[in-house]
Design a protein around this ligand. Structure first.
Ligand SMILES: NC(=O)c1ccc[n+]([C@@H]2O[C@H](COP(=O)([O-])OP(=O)(O)OC[C@H]3O[C@@H](n4cnc5c(N)ncnc54)[C@H](O)[C@@H]3O)[C@@H](O)[C@H]2O)c1
Length: 255
């Protein structure tokens, strides 16, 4: 599917790594001006883009869990560009803990980045998105709909993000808001499961349980994101797009 986002302004949170970086690169390749934001400024500055596209790549530090940072970042976008065509709420992290182990700090951190931040970013971006007829894509997770050990807080935040997406559609119908539920995608976030050869073994085991027999690639989620922001999805709003190689279907099959 060919995408053309020439002249469009897109803001991606968590754009220095993994899925966010793949999304930001795909938008850049499709002609957009990309405001690539992340809390990890060094990683963001280390991202190399083609010289011919460099003036459309705007890297900015933004803590997606901070209301002050979000407000300041959106005000900057408005003053710099006067508009925004797409907001991609992608920033994330995972702290695997059983409910018995859950610490208040881990709850606050995950809640702030995974749910509060997307809510505040959507609120702050909405006036620009309503004027441009733009789109929001929230990156949730299949954790929102399956039980995964140690994911209680993460899952609850992601389930909240799925629900919030529907409220965005109800209260702001001019902006198409959709949510993607990725499955197991091979990015640095999987280090929450382990390191080195132990992690590689976990990935092989996971792949064996996925109907498509491989982990997802960050670009699998990027393609879905561009589709949802494009004219090909002009009538798609409030969709929950599962991109998981079939994991959810297998889970149901085994129940
Ligand atoms: N990889 C998977 O298997 C998977 C599955 C389902 C959902 N997701 C979701 O996809 C999104 C991207 O994850 P990923 O797999 O690319 O992980 P990743 O670790 O590769 O990238 C996450 C990025 O978010 C950034 N980030 C973390 N906290 C931030 C903050 N407060 N403000 C701004 N940026 C912040 C990190 O610096 C990093 O660059 C996350 O929301 C994650 O929950 C990932």
């Amino acid at each position: 599917m060919a995408f053309d986002f020439s002249g469009r302004i897109v803001l991606v949170t968590g754009a220095a790594s993994g899925i966010g970086l793949a999304i930001a690169r795909r938008f850049l390749d499709a002609g957009a001006t990309v405001v690539a934001t992340d809390i990890d400024e060094a990683a963001l500055q280390a991202v190399q883009v083609e010289a011919s596209a460099a003036e459309r790549w705007v890297a900015r530090r933004l803590d997606a869990g901070s209301g002050a940072d979000i407000a300041e970042g959106m005000a900057w976008v408005e003053s710099r560009f006067g508009t925004l065509d797409a907001l991609i709420n992608n920033a994330g992290l995972a702290r695997l803990e059983s409910i018995a182990e859950l610490s208040e700090d881990a709850i606050d951190l995950q809640f702030n980045v995974l749910l509060k931040g997307p809510m505040l970013a959507a609120r702050a971006a909405m006036p620009m998105l309503e004027r441009s007829g733009g789109a929001i894509v929230n990156i949730a997770s299949i954790a929102a709909v399956i039980q995964a050990a140690g994911h209680a807080c993460y899952s609850a935040c992601k389930a909240g993000l799925v629900k919030f997406t529907h409220d965005l559609v109800k209260e702001h119908p001019k902006v198409r808001s959709n949510v993607i539920l990725p499955g197991f995608i091979d990015t640095p976030i999987l280090r929450a499961y382990g390191e080195g050869e132990a992690l590689e073994q976990i990935k092989r085991d996971l792949a064996g349980h996925i109907p498509l027999r491989r982990l997802g690639r960050a670009d699998d989620i990027a393609g879905a994101t561009l589709y949802l922001c494009s004219e090909h999805a002009a009538y798609v709003s409030g969709a929950e797009l599962v991109v998981d190689g079939g994991v959810i279907s297998t889970t149901l099959e085994n129940m």
